[in-house]
Ligand binder design. Structure first.
Ligand code: SAM
Length: 346
């Protein structure tokens, strides 16, 4: 277990009084559930795992509106990858903590922990107590003063906004979703090649699954009124943005939270996927395998799954044993498109 995870476990074990744990990705737990600790997180897979082991955890885009102001003794938070999320949660903690309550921040130097701690101290109006855990890992405890100060700007974290556009449309999105303000170049390549890859023109008819939908780019460009569409992601901000974009485009779709499709049932004629390969701060090869297994389970016997991945991901090799027909459709030097057909019975 890494230094930050073991410190976080220690903090959770020792927590007393009313405690809130804000949980993002990348946690390793070695303690049994504490039902007296409130938990809020924005990753469905993380929350699902916590609930399965007895924690009472809430899945949302860090919606703090139900938490009572000024009543918490402690807020625990291992900082997220994205600045607006961290700023938003520091401000949130300042509002939720009672005077004398403590915000405990954990993170690595390269993630900006020391700057966040400085900003949190200004926001909570008090001195910070920092502790180097070893290597580049830090822990800081910041006590909320009676008089709080200026909190760091969170770029209106909770709000959807026009985030990017192409010649076809404008996409709404928000911080909290990795790469929220740009069109993924791999996904654009997949859309460009999709008619040729499938041998049919767009918009697609029949059932379509967008697995790891983000703000809905693939579904929005591939589907129309004739498509029966399901979009799924593990990230609460992504689901919020996807729902909004599909509604704006007038597309009828089910948008649901899942861990690599685990809440999706039925089978689909077309499956579109640009799988993640990062989990938290680390590259996670296992995620690709899980997305491929989901595709095997959810693809109709006569359906087609279209994947786009970075060139270095051995998708064709990983798909062996899961599909009978595996075709490299195109490779532009950075991304490759792989077409999968005839899922083998698991
Ligand atoms: C490379 S992005 C692609 C997003 C979108 N399809 C697009 O083309 O712009 C991968 C997506 O997978 C989602 N994701 C990551 N881990 C996941 C998991 N365990 N289950 C479901 N979705 C996940 C991420 O939140 C992200 O939206």
């Amino acid at each position: 277990m890494d230094l930050i995870s073991s410190e976080l476990n220690q903090c959770l074990r020792q927590a007393s009084g009313k405690t809130l744990w804000l949980v993002d990705e990348n946690i390793q737990l070695s303690l049994s559930a504490r039902q007296d600790i409130d938990v809020i997180g924005n990753r469905f897979d993380v929350i699902e795992r916590l609930e399965a082991s007895g924690w009472q955890a809430q899945f949302s885009d860090f919606d703090l509106s139900e938490c009572p102001n000024g009543e918490y003794d402690q807020v625990l938070y291992r900082v997220s990858k994205e600045k607006p999320v961290v700023h938003y949660l520091i401000s949130g903690a300042s509002r939720l903590l009672k005077p004398g309550g403590t915000l405990t921040l954990l993170g690595e130097k390269g993630e900006g922990i020391r700057t966040y701690v400085r900003k949190a101290a200004t926001c909570l109006g008090s001195e910070r107590q920092e502790q180097k855990l070893g290597g580049d890992s830090w822990r800081a405890d910041i006590v909320r003063a009676k008089q709080t100060g200026e909190c760091p700007p969170d770029q209106d974290y909770t709000e959807l906004r026009p985030a990017c556009e192409d010649t076809r449309q404008q996409y709404f999105s928000k911080p909290g979703l990795f790469g929220w303000n740009k069109i993924d170049r791999g996904s654009a390549f997949l859309i460009e090649q999709l008619p040729e890859m499938l041998g049919q023109s767009l918009p697609l008819t029949g059932s379509v699954l967008d697995l790891g939908c983000g703000f809905g780019y693939l579904a929005l460009n591939a589907c129309g009124a004739e498509s029966t569409l399901v979009c799924t992601d593990n990230n609460a901000a992504a689901l919020k943005a996807c729902r909004y974009n599909l509604d704006q485009a007038g597309l009828n779709a089910q948008v649901l939270a899942s861990d690599a499709g685990d809440q999706v049932s039925g089978t689909f004629q077309t499956l579109l996927c640009n799988p993640p390969f990062h989990s938290g701060f680390a590259v996670d090869g296992d995620l690709t395998d899980r997305f491929l297994k989901a595709a095997q389970r959810l693809l109709d016997r006569n359906g087609t799954a279209c994947f786009v991945v970075n060139q270095h991901i051995p998708l064709e090799r990983k798909a062996q044993g899961l599909f009978r027909d595996i075709q490299l459709h195109a490779d532009n030097g950075q991304f490759k498109l792989v077409r999968l057909r005839h899922p083998l019975t698991p």
